[in-house]
Write a protein that binds this ligand. Sequence first.
Ligand SMILES: *Cc1c(COP(=O)(O)O)cnc(C)c1O
Length: 354
Amino acid sequence: MKKHNFSAGPCILPQEVLKQASDAILNFNNDNLSLIEISHRSKPFVDVMDKAVELVKELLNVPKGYSVIFLQGGASMEFLMVPLNLMKINGKAAYTNTGAWAKKAIAEAKNLGDVTVVGDSSDTNYNYIPKGYEIPSDVDYFHCTSNNTIYGTQVKDFPNTPSLMVCDMSSDIFSRMVDISKFDIIYAGAQKNMGPAGTTLVIVKDEVLGKTGRNIPTMLDYNTHISKGSMFNTPPVFPIYVSMLTLQWLKDLGGVEVIEKVNQEKANLLYGEIDRNPLFEGTAAKEDRSNMNVCFLLNDSSKEDAFNTLWNDAGINGIKGHRSVGGYRASMYNAMPIESVQVLVDIMKKLEQN
Ligand SMILES: *Cc1c(COP(=O)(O)O)cnc(C)c1O
């Protein structure tokens, strides 16, 4: 039987998507060829790319004037591409420092200009989302991380900014509705809520590009990939195909509004047990709790072995916390059924009763 997979990333994908993806590896489109041995410029694959872009636009209500592209290099490459494409020479940017990923994004921007950190939760190991900060009006852009995968915090209300707005949505894109028109660039590595590692989704407002005065290396220029429909060079065909299948699965379920409700139910179920059960304690500030990554501690370390045996025996995978937080982290991305969350809640109750 398939395990209850709470892995933080790469992570759970819908079972039917995995089945379709394996079929396509052997025989794609009934052409007796594998998806990964045909030209990316052949009609069957161009159709896949077009469909993937169309599904992103449809599921997120992407307004006119935005491009949707699939890149390589992970979200980590976007830490660098964002300042290269938006920061003027000797320019400025504002960042929130809400975790290890944000910190890496800040480090890349610092190579190119002046970075002001406007909100910083590093003082308490990133267990909350800073609020009420001011974004200077003379920055080229403001950058934030919507969901801090390692610490289990999530931005519930995005700030208004006088500048361009950029967001790393790697670990909660497609999990809830966001107003895309508030953002100028959104990026997300596929492997948290969309597909296998190997491609990064970027949604960019066309009019914000080409204004830095800088010579951007070809492969790092968003316009290169926009003008070639993500096919300037060979795209990662398999991750894009599987992402397309996952987005189709989401659309068939009813879309982002529907999954958002399910994600809220899953979060209520697990946080409810963490708050009720005296053996456990959540690590993130309550108002900032992530619906995707639930971080918690076991209060009584003498029960650790018993708990680990219980969840292992229940077929649960991937709930060990990140080394920088400790304890446990249950990641509940879109493809995780509520039944799996119930299995985890049941063993937490069982531990209390033992
Ligand atoms: C996982 C993750 C990243 C890093 O993604 P890569 O694709 O491995 O570069 C960046 N930001 C957030 C929020 C993440 O969860």
